[in-house]
Design a protein around this ligand. Structure first.
Ligand code: 5AD
Ligand code: SF4
Length: 444
């Protein structure tokens, strides 16, 4: 049982967890393969944020149910949420492990190998996941760093408190040490991760909060870009904007999920802020000299959302002018407070609201992106689009900027190795709703 395949669903936390799982397994002598057919151990790192996400893994398991001689394992949020019920739903699954139990993964696999049975790791009371010695990062320039696990907010619709447990902050020094190690390995961009980064507190010194950690991380020699996600508006203080203002290396983009533009719906969602309180934070951000880009998450069709509530969300989009919006139809989740509220808005109505919202946002994004035409933006080069021949870069505002380089005298073209990971100045010449296009302004 030494070749493993892993497929990851869900958020960046999950992507990073998979990196930790891969590193841990490789240390134990396992080799990663890139198709389930080649593997002896097939792992799905799952998401249960909406019903659709959860269904995906059961679909995968169903496709594989007749595969012989393989061990199937379910990791992550569906594992934590459904627990040993997964063994009943998909009898060929032999391993179920929630994110807080990954340090035990090796032992659980040994247990299966030796005993032949099943194994589960579902305890939530540990914080050992932070200091995973081996992490296998795929991207050589941009690295995730977990700073806080879990969430204590209990938004009415959300499974996260059940799937990832109570908030646990990582030691300040441990975070900074990882940042320094990554810088030493050549990483130039780091992304601080947590379900609610703003409520970070150093467990050894609770006076040290997120803003301070962000600033300290931003001053790590060798690190050129620092991002952070996700923020909860209630805990998002002015001090974070001050840190962005003072530190060029903190990217000028903030993801601040609003969920709804209606104070009434926000109360029903137990978000603990009003529309006005949210807008105050937007004003801080818009008032910054750093030209901070803003993105958000929105749920349409929460129980009791009226047409007027929905219109308020549309008006909020116009008022804020987000650079990017992730929008979702409400999905009832097990164990959540909102489960009892039912799910009254018909599916077609949710779809209509979602489509209207997305159409409006598309126009806003086109307008925002068009405003960048003619400017020169620094991009981190991350990819090459083979069909168009354009390099793919990201600006500090996290916009995708596809670009070409000026022709070389001898007619040769730069190779991937020369280009990937570089920071280059690019003039924006065209804009679409989801990306920009341009030309590099220096010879490469
Ligand atoms: N239904 C729909 N969307 C949800 N989200 C979280 N829970 C639900 C749910 N039950 C959305 C929120 C959150 C994002 C990660 O997913 O917008 O910010
Ligand atoms: Fe999905 Fe939430 Fe779990 Fe991330 S934390 S994988 S978004 S359920």
């Amino acid at each position: 049982m030494k070749r493993f395949y892993i497929e990851t669903f869900g958020c960046q936390m999950n992507v990073h967890d998979s990196e930790k799982v891969i590193g841990t397994l490789e240390q134990k002598g396992y080799v990663q393969v890139h198709s389930p057919e080649q593997a002896d151990l097939v792992l799905y790192n799952t998401c249960s944020i909406r019903d659709k996400a959860e269904q995906k893994v059961f679909q995968r398991l169903n496709e594989n149910r007749r595969a012989k001689g393989k061990v199937f394992g379910v990791l992550g949020c569906v594992a934590q949420q459904e627990g040993e019920k997964i063994f009943e739903k998909a009898p060929h699954v032999r391993l179920v492990v929630g994110s807080a139990s990954y340090p035990r993964l090796g032992d659980l696999l040994v247990q299966i190998e030796q005993g032949g049975g099943r194994a589960a790791g579902l305890s939530l009371d540990t914080d050992a996941t932070f200091e995973t010695p081996a992490t296998r990062r795929d991207n050589p320039y941009r690295a995730y760093i977990t700073i806080i696990e879990g969430c204590d907010k209990h938004c009415a619709y959300c499974v996260v408190p059940f799937t990832r447990g109570r908030e646990r902050s990582r030691r300040w020094e441990s975070v900074l040490e990882e940042a320094r190690t990554l810088a030493g390995m050549g990483y130039t961009e780091i992304q601080l991760l947590g379900q609610n980064v703003n409520s970070y507190r150093d467990p050894e010194n609770p006076e040290r909060t997120f803003a301070g950690l962000l600033e300290a991380a931003a001053q790590t020699p060798g690190i050129r870009r620092v991002r952070f996600t996700t923020s909860h508006p209630r805990d998002f203080g002015r001090d974070i904007v001050d840190v962005i203002d003072r530190n060029e290396t903190v990217c000028n983009m903030v993801h601040l999920p609003v969920q709804s533009g209606s104070t009434r719906v926000l109360a029903a969602m137990q978000r603990q802020y009003t529309r006005d309180e949210y807008m105050r934070r937007v004003e801080w951000l818009k008032g910054s000299p750093r030209n901070i880009a803003l993105s958000t998450d929105i749920i349409v069709g929460f129980p009791g959302e009226t047409e007027e509530d929905f219109r308020e969300t549309l008006r909020l989009l116009e008022e804020v002018e987000y650079d990017q919006v992730f929008s979702f139809k409400y999905s009832v989740r097990p164990n959540t407070p909102a489960q009892k509220m039912g799910d009254h808005i018909p599916e077609e109505e949710k779809s209509r609201r979602l489509a209207e919202l997305q159409e409006k946002q598309r126009n806003i994004q086109l307008r925002r992106n068009s405003g960048q035409i003619g400017t020169v933006q620094e991009v981190l080069v991350e990819g090459l689009n083979r069909s168009t021949g354009q390099w793919i870069g990201r600006t500090t505002q996290n916009r995708v900027l596809n670009f070409v380089t000026p022709p070389r005298a001898g007619g040769s073209v730069p190779g991937r190795e020369e280009m990937f990971g570089r920071y280059l100045p690019v003039r924006v010449t065209r804009a679409g709703p989801n990306s920009l296009a341009g030309e590099c302004v220096i010879a490469v």
